[in-house]
Design a protein around this ligand. Structure first.
Ligand code: SF4
Ligand code: SF3
Length: 552
């Protein structure tokens, strides 16, 4: 096992990475190895998808399968070995399908077919123990490789994994794009080649950032087409009496299905974690039994789900061991999410969840409501832009901070709460991702009617924040880096990595990330990123605030 993809990776003086019998996230070595084998097989599919495209052979099912299965290897998504094996076997079937179509086309056109070694030829063994014996060839740190090259390869691999996750979120909302799929396969195949070309790897990281910008735009289109544009909305964060279902993760389509199927059944539906922004979309406001948000970010689920008196649905990342809080019989997984022994819902029928919620007691009392305001995605931000600009011009607003990203359970993450509460009174805070839970229930007031805390949405809604920054840059006729805008990103998993690559590829400089630097970035790579982009790790709030405000 070798995995260094998330913030909680094991760090030792000998090197970083979870490489014992279990990762810090609870992922067993066998699961990690099977995930690597899956990625290896997917790289083979992509390599042949690239070749097949030379003859205009494109298979939509395969184009959606590869990012979806890749998503299953993201941190805290799928811990179910059997499902990972099924994905890997499906990958082999698809690879062979593309390979024979490609070879046939070559024959018909009188050209010699290229043979793709390794990922293009590996045949999976029949049993799990045998598969685990095959897995070492697929380790991400396979072969003798300089640590800087490995770091760059992993930056690309993990970044592309984040983009793949967003592609799958968009696909669920019927948004796919042939050009994005083609470029995704090209990068996936390239990463299977174990390149040692520093420039090419570096450029690929930027290419992944650009690709993800288009993916986030596609996802934004999918969400706003399906559910309308988010509007500033007051949301209750306390419990409401009655039977209950809690929906967590990023896939709002699942929330819609659950709301439709629970109508009139006397069940209240609550959002959790990254599902909170759904409450601001017009479509979801139609459902009076969608009563608010319960709990906070993913890392608190073992306490929050344990005390939630209803059924829980995990639509995407991040799931952690449900046996700890003893609720594995009332949590359900969807899509790529998996936990051994937990009921997985395929298709669109949520009756198992509904039956479970009806069986359970539900909340016995209403708590006194605590309201928070959400819903400042693209359209709402643009609507507020003239007032914001006026307040910038008259000096009432002097700085903007984007404080967001992933949450996590390390004590150092209090940095983000302290930063949000320490920014000057003349500053606006934009936030997104599950990192917002560090401070989204606090009171920040407003500046001449503009709320000081603007919740932009999920992590992928970084797209909306970018749109605001681009609009402000045009209005003030300056470079994006000349705006009084300071970005402090909390990272945990690979979606945050790809959002960072997107920002870097758009030329955004002086971003701070924390609470620690990714374990796969070597000192040399961190130095290069600092020199080229001013990218740095957070230090302490007072020092960072002073530096940001003075643009140091
Ligand atoms: Fe370790 Fe994170 Fe990988 Fe889990 S996902 S094995 S914690 S690096
Ligand atoms: Fe959170 Fe897992 Fe990353 Fe979409 S839900 S941000 S950590």
């Amino acid at each position: 096992m070798f995995c260094v993809q998330c913030e909680q990776t094991i760090r030792t003086p000998e090197g970083n990475g979870c490489n014992y019998s279990q990762g810090m996230c609870g992922k067993l070595a066998s699961t990690s190895d099977l995930q690597d084998l899956l990625i290896y097989m997917l790289q083979g599919v992509s390599a042949y998808a690239v070749k097949a495209r030379e003859f205009n052979i494109v298979d939509g099912d395969i184009d959606t399968f590869v990012p979806k299965a890749f998503f299953a290897t993201l941190t805290n998504v799928n811990f179910d070995d059997e499902r990972l094996i099924d994905y890997a076997r499906q990958a082999q079937t698809y690879r062979e399908q593309l390979k024979s179509a490609y070879e046939q086309a070559c024959k018909e056109n009188g050209v010699e077919a290229e043979v793709i070694a390794a990922q293009g030829t590996l045949n999976l063994a029949a049993t799990k123990p045998e598969l685990l014996e095959q897995a070492p060839i697929a380790l991400p740190n396979r072969g003798e490789v300089h640590e800087d090259i490995l770091g760059l390869r992993l930056l690309c691999l993990y970044g592309l994994k984040g983009a793949a996750a967003y592609m799958e979120h968009a696909r669920v909302l019927d948004q796919t794009d042939h050009e994005i799929a083609a470029e995704f396969h090209q990068i996936m195949a390239f990463l299977g080649e174990d390149s040692v070309d520093v420039d090419k790897l570096f450029n690929t990281a930027m290419q992944i950032g650009q690709l993800n910008y288009r993916v986030m735009a596609m996802l934004d289109t999918g969400e706003t087409t399906a559910f309308g544009h988010p509007e500033p909305t007051q949301v209750n964060t306390k419990s409401v009496k009655g039977k209950a279902i809690l929906v967590s993760g990023h896939d709002m389509k699942d929330l819609e299905l659950i709301l439709q199927q629970t109508e009139g059944k006397g069940i209240n539906v609550f959002t959790h974690g990254e599902m909170l922004p759904a409450l601001a979309y017009p479509t979801f406001k139609k459902y009076s039994h969608l009563v608010g948000n319960y709990g906070s970010a993913w890392q608190n689920q073992q306490q929050e789900f344990a005390t939630f008196p209803g059924a829980v649905v995990m639509t995407s990342n991040c799931i952690i061991d449900p046996n700890v809080g003893n609720y594995s019989d009332r949590i359900f997984t969807r899509s790529i999410v998996g936990w051994p022994g937990v009921t997985h819902i395929e298709g669109e029928d949520f009756s198992a969840v509904i039956d479970k919620a009806l069986e359970l007691e539900g909340f016995k009392y209403d708590e006194i409501p605590h309201m928070i305001t959400i819903g400042f995605a693209r359209n709402a931000l643009m609507a507020a832009a003239p007032t914001v600009v006026e307040n910038v011009k008259n000096g009432a607003i002097k700085n903007f901070f984007l404080i967001g990203g992933c949450d996590g359970d390390k004590a150092e993450r209090s940095y983000f709460t302290d930063l949000a509460t320490s920014v000057p009174d003349d500053a606006i805070i934009l936030t997104l991702g599950c990192g917002k839970y560090k401070f989204n229930k606090l009171e920040f007031g407003d500046i001449n009617g503009v709320p000081r805390l603007l919740d932009v949405g999920q992590c992928n809604d970084a797209y909306s924040a970018i749109q605001l920054a681009l609009a402000l840059k045009d209005i003030f006729d300056c470079d994006i880096n000349e705006l009084p805008l300071h970005l402090v990103l909390s990272w945990f998993e690979q979606k945050a990595i790809v959002v960072l690559l997107t920002l870097l590829s758009l030329g955004v400089k002086n971003i701070r990330t924390g609470p620690s630097a990714p374990g796969f970035l070597t000192e040399n790579l961190a130095k290069i990123l600092e020199e080229q982009f001013g990218l740095r790790t957070t230090t302490d709030v007072a020092t960072d605030l002073h530096a940001m405000i003075n643009k140091a």
